[in-house]
Structure formats: structure tokens, C-alpha cells
Design a protein around this ligand. Sequence first.
Ligand code: DOR
Ligand code: ZN
Length: 349
Amino acid sequence: MIQTLTLPRPDDWHLHLRDGAMLAGIAPETARHFARAIIMPNLVPPVVTGAQAQDYRDRIRAVTGQGFTPLMTLYLTETTDPADVVAAHRAGIITAVKLYPAGATTNSASGVRDFDRVRGVLDAMAEAGIPLCTHGEVTDPDVDIFDREAVFIDRVLDPLRRATPQLRVVMEHITTADAVAYVQSAPEGLGATITTHHLVINRNHILVGGIKPHYYCLPVAKRETHRQALVSAATSGDARFFLGTDSAPHSDDAKESACGCAGCFTATNTMSILAQIFDTADALDRLEGFVARHGPGFYQLPVNSESLTLEKTADPVAYPAKIDTGAGPVTVFDPGFALYWRVKDMPAS
Ligand code: DOR
Ligand code: ZN
């Protein structure tokens, strides 16, 4: 039986770090285990220009120090300047651009309504080899919230990829068997991130026995068959699937509210949860691909040279229930099962 597992240091290909006191409070939770992360641009106001991304990167680095590399993204709007995007990428400031359909999720009001209006940016990105990260949900009020991802594939993603076949696209935080099948059907240029929490919860976790706001996120968790499809994809060894935690902190008062915010905060215990899931699936040998190799492969970046060691424990791993931040307490995601894999302490970098 495997008792320790040493991997290249993992990366998180979809992360919310926020700003100010929240950033200061939660960024160390990611930097403790992860070498790099794709940083979401949905601040208020959003990160829309190369100059703003550079400033935000500096604020992140001031908190995390040198051992962690934030990979910045720009928030795509209908007025995004293709030349600014290409220049920011050439200068090494941004790694990708994020597409939020307008109104899809937290701070997405500036997102895209008319996809024809971003065609010039998408063409320039395809030409320059800049990946597009997509929040894959339509926002039409007539589409049921549980169908919004599947409808996005048909109405938005597939037409967009056909119109710009050279564009490299990541379908972020997939939640359905439909998305798994769509990604598997694509010969190249399409990848998908899978979150830790979508490997753990289905919609019953949110709604049965009382409403559980800390399990509410977007895209919302679907029925159990979809969760199982995600676990199969993540543990399959298929390089098109990689970890993007979508760890998204909100203070407890914003979550535990009559109109609670979407987001699960998993940065603190993600590696333990993933090891537990892969162990249960008898796929520990594939964890390395999912957390440390497939993402760099898609983004055409080197695999990290430092390592991280997980060790199996006799007693359940202890982790804090909440992280206290200057912006209020943030509840750490509770997977609902005991964790028997801990990250061995790493030397400070
Ligand atoms: O649950 C989510 N929270 N999904 C998102 O797409 C955004 C995120 C956030 O920023 O809070
Ligand atoms: Zn997100």
C-alpha cells in the first residue's frame, strides 16, 4: 500500500485571490502548497487592462513572496482592445483571458453579451497563442440553472470554437457529463479544469436536510451521475483534464445570507481531499498528472522542478474550520469525510 507520494509541486489553474484584506488573509493558503495559479480577474472593478493586471500581480506578490507565481488573466469585455491583450501577453504580464457571459456569476456584469463584439479579440488571441478561459454557462433567464452548462456548449462554445478553430480554450470548472464528453470529443486545443468541490458534492449536498450555503457555487453542483463522470475524467489520466480549484472565498456573512454568494473555499485542504479521492478511486498514480503535469502541458509551461510530498496518516488530518481574515472569517470547505492524506511540511522558499 502506498504510504507517501512525492509529486512535482502542483499548480492551480483557476483561483480567486480577491484583493486587500481578503487577499492577505487567504493567499498564503494557496501559496503553501501550490507553485503557480491562474488568477481570476473578477475584482470590483474587474481587471481589464494589461496595466491593471500588472498592478494586481504586484499586490499578490507582496503577500505571497517569491515562492508562488501568479499567472494573470484579463477580464474580456465588449470593449477589450486586442492590441492591449497581445502586448500584455508578449510582455509576460498575462497568461490567458477570461470570458464571463454577462451576469453568469460573482462580479460578471461587465462580461460579454454579444459574442460578435469580441470576435476581433478572439482572432488576435488565436494568432498570438493566448488561451481563452471560459465560464461555461449561459445566462438566459429561460434556461434552467442546472442546464446552463450543457446549453452553453451548444449555443456558445461549439460555435465559438468552429469560428476560431486555432483558439486554445479551457472550459473552466466543468460540472456535467456533457462537458466531459464534449472535451473528450475535441481532438486538440480544448482542455477543462475540474474543481475539488465538484469531485465531492452533488446537488443533494446543497439542498437536502436544510440549505447549505457553503456548498453553493457556480456552476452549481449537479446530480450524482455528473459528479461520477467528473471523478472518472479527473482520475482517467486524460491530459485534457486538470485541476482548477475555483477556490473562491467569501466572508461567512456574505455566504450565510438571504442572498448568499457563490463560491467554495478549498485552498486550505484541497491536496488532502484530492489525494483521498484518487486513493478511493485506486488512482493515486494519476494524481500527479491531474495536479502537476496536464495543466503545464496545456499552457505550454514547464512542470515545476520543486516537489510536494503527501503522506498517509493513521488519524484524520486536522485543518482549520475557518480562516480568519481582515475581511471576516472564511469557512473552509468540508468534504464530509475524513482525510487521511496530509501534505508534508515544505521548506520555506
Ligand atoms: O462559485 C463561484 N464563485 N463561481 C464563480 O464562477 C465565481 C466565484 C467567485 O468569484 O466567487
Ligand atoms: Zn471561478
